[in-house]
Ligand binder design. Structure first.
Ligand code: FE2
Length: 220
């Protein structure tokens, strides 16, 4: 895979596998196995799914579990990965102040789950892949057309990012709709950490849609 930073959407990759502690695979596998697997309703404000899609089946490890069970990952989000975000994006970057959504894990188990086609509320997103998929599938598809709606329109013209354990990417998911493809193998599992970052021109305090926390957490 070649990632060309001159092409939009701009995707900045790093390999950070040497930052992981010993036993990281066991840590990640144990936490991912306990993910909240269910049909998630489409996300208000941010969903770019086609009109007939009401739910998407997937797994989520919520932010509080990441902080409690993977403290090394939470720490990396707030220091080393933050430094890489600034380096990669070429401007000052801030992590989320609100710990309810700063860093979570998305988990796809088997070959029927995918991740919702959506845009992000934050101006810069970091994705850190923890799994490889030799049988294929699980690619992140990022539309080149900011107006793309639904998986079919994204697929028509997109940048594909192949998951690889230790690959960290930064991209503007607020502008470019994106989703994660299903896996090919029936017994495969895809685990990715999703990190919210903010720029000074698009800070957390003003960019998060009113009502999104109510939908996700039951309060604002
Ligand atoms: Fe996203």
């Amino acid at each position: 895979m070649r990632l060309d930073s001159r092409v939009r959407p701009r995707v900045t990759p790093f390999d950070v596998i040497d930052q992981f502690p010993e036993g990281w695979q066991e840590d990640i596998a144990a936490v991912a196995a306990e993910a909240d697997f269910r049909d998630f309703p489409r996300t208000p404000f941010l969903s770019q799914e086609a009109a007939d899609i009401t739910h998407i089946t997937r797994g989520r490890v919520h932010a509080v579990q990441v902080q409690q069970r993977l403290p090394w990952l939470y720490k990396l989000y707030r220091d080393r990965f933050l430094e890489l975000a600034c380096l990669g994006w070429g401007e000052p970057i801030d992590p989320a102040v609100d710990d309810r959504y700063g860093i979570v894990l998305n988990v796809q188990r088997g070959n029927r789950m995918r991740f919702e086609c959506h845009v992000d509320s934050n101006p810069l997103t970091g994705l850190l892949f923890f799994t490889d998929h030799p049988a294929g599938g699980g690619e992140l598809a990022v539309a080149r057309n900011p107006a793309a709606v639904g998986v079919d329109e994204v697929e028509r013209d997109c940048t594909l990012i192949t998951p690889r354990a230790g690959r960290l990417i930064f991209f503007d998911g607020k502008t470019y709709p994106h989703y994660a493809r299903t896996l090919v193998a029936e017994h495969d599992t895809r685990v990715v950490a999703v990190m919210n970052f903010y720029t000074r021109s698009c800070p957390e305090s003003t960019t998060r849609p009113l009502g999104l926390n109510q939908h996700l957490f039951g309060d604002d």
